[in-house]
Design a protein. Structure first.
Length: 422
């Protein structure tokens, strides 16, 4: 058994190493890691500064809304841009604008003009830019690696994001303790500039020719997407998971205080457990699979995700809750990455940007709606009962997904608009 585990682990490491050695993707993942660390540092500093400026919970919520809501709207336009122009070029322009926003935050704080209204305005601008970049960002692994490497590339992408979610706040906190938010903004500026320079290098080594968005209008793309039962089922499952299962992590402060009686230490443990689980899931279990095998893996991990969340609702012991959150994070990561890989592998490249704009909206809107519903329900029924209820509803959605895809022929990307990988 030990020899088998070592053999599987060795093969997995070889897969990930081969993906990282893809010249253009290696540059991209390096820059992506840097900029996401900067993103989490900046997010912590923005929230801290908003609180210092106002002392208002309402302003904290408004600042978060100012970044999220515009990105939902602009991602639809971003989908068209990703299909009409070079995705590397869209990323390059967008990253240049993100770098300018980071510079504005740093300079504004240093010079004293960054009041709460200006901070909110910059978050709106950042949200618009991030939404416009999102479809191209999601499609970058598809562009830079061979099809058989796509699942591993997405796993590596997911891993860098989850690692940065741990590293960014850890780097920002000691700087903020000195009262120097400008230092955090300057560090984020440096990370964003590094990614911009790497994208500039990638852009110089890829084809720059613009292309017409393939497959007709946005409306026809959506109509075809929702006629494809397998793709529709995958996207609806992601919505269900986002609305029913992911919101639990947004209420970790309440779990740490009311259920586990562990305060900030418990909150940190729960968040770290999800991050560690996500990394384990992405690195250890996400790989290229045949169509139905991939959908079975999405179903299996979705079911295990529901089970982990339900058991989490039954425990009042922190170490058990943290262990379950490792499983929760791993299953969430595997299900999300395999679902995204399936969608990208079954949509023609000329339509991929617009499809991913829909996918990105689902991925961002569902948790926001779910967190609201989870919180309101918990006020009435309590955290444990709400957690169990939402896990049962998630299990029903996973079962419905399995019945929806059984016997359905996988959608095939049409021969038109296939384009070139490089």
């Amino acid at each position: 058994m030990r020899a088998m585990i070592l053999q599987v682990a060795s093969a997995r490491v070889a897969d990930l190493r081969a993906v990282a050695r893809e010249p253009l993707f290696g540059l991209y993942i390096l820059g992506h890691f840097a900029t996401t660390i900067g993103f989490w540092m900046q997010r912590i500093a923005v929230g801290w500064l908003a609180w210092r400026l106002t002392g208002s919970e309402a302003w904290l919520g408004l600042i978060a809304f100012a970044e999220l809501f515009p990105s939902i709207l602009s991602s639809l336009a971003g989908g068209h841009l990703a299909d009409r122009f070079s995705r590397v070029r869209v990323m390059l322009v967008g990253q240049g604008l993100v770098t300018c926003v980071s510079a504005g935050l740093a300079v504004g704080h240093l010079t004293g003009w960054l009041r709460i209204e200006a901070l909110a305005g910059l978050m709106v601008v950042l949200g618009v830019i991030a939404g416009g970049m999102l479809p191209s960002r999601l499609a970058m692994p598809h562009l830079l690696v061979r099809p058989e490497m796509l699942a591993s590339a997405l796993a590596l992408n997911s891993t860098t994001f989850n690692l940065s979610r741990l590293i960014g706040p850890a780097l920002a906190a000691p700087i903020l303790l000195t009262g120097d938010a400008a230092g955090v903004f300057a560090a984020s500026l440096g990370a964003n500039l590094a990614f911009f320079l790497l994208l500039l290098r990638i852009d110089g080594r890829t084809r720059r020719a613009a292309r017409r968005a393939g497959g007709g209008s946005f409306r026809s793309v959506l109509a075809d997407l929702f006629r494809a039962r397998d793709l529709t089922a995958v996207i609806l499952l992601q919505f269900a998971q986002g609305a029913l299962l992911r919101p639990a992590s947004e209420l970790f402060p309440a779990f740490a205080d009311e259920v586990f009686r562990s305060g900030p230490g418990g909150l940190s443990a729960l968040n770290a457990a999800v991050g560690v689980g996500a990394i384990i899931g992405a690195l250890g279990f996400v790989k290229a699979r045949a169509d139905m095998a991939a959908l079975r893996m999405v179903t299996l991990t979705g079911g295990l995700l529901c089970a982990a969340l339900g058991l989490f609702g039954l425990t009042s012991t922190l170490w058990m809750g943290a262990a379950l959150m490792v499983a929760y994070g791993a299953c969430m990561s595997i299900s999300n990455v395999m679902a995204l890989a399936y969608v990208q592998g079954h949509v023609a490249p000329g339509r991929l940007g617009r499809v991913l704009s829909v996918y990105g909206i689902v991925f961002r809107v569902a948790p926001a709606l779910g967190a609201l519903g989870f919180g309101l329900t918990a006020e009435l029924a309590g955290l444990p009962a709400t957690t169990i209820l939402f896990s049962v509803l998630g299990g029903g959605a996973t079962l419905a997904f399995w019945f929806a895809i059984r016997g359905v022929a996988p959608t095939r990307a049409g021969p038109a608009d296939q384009g070139s990988k490089r």
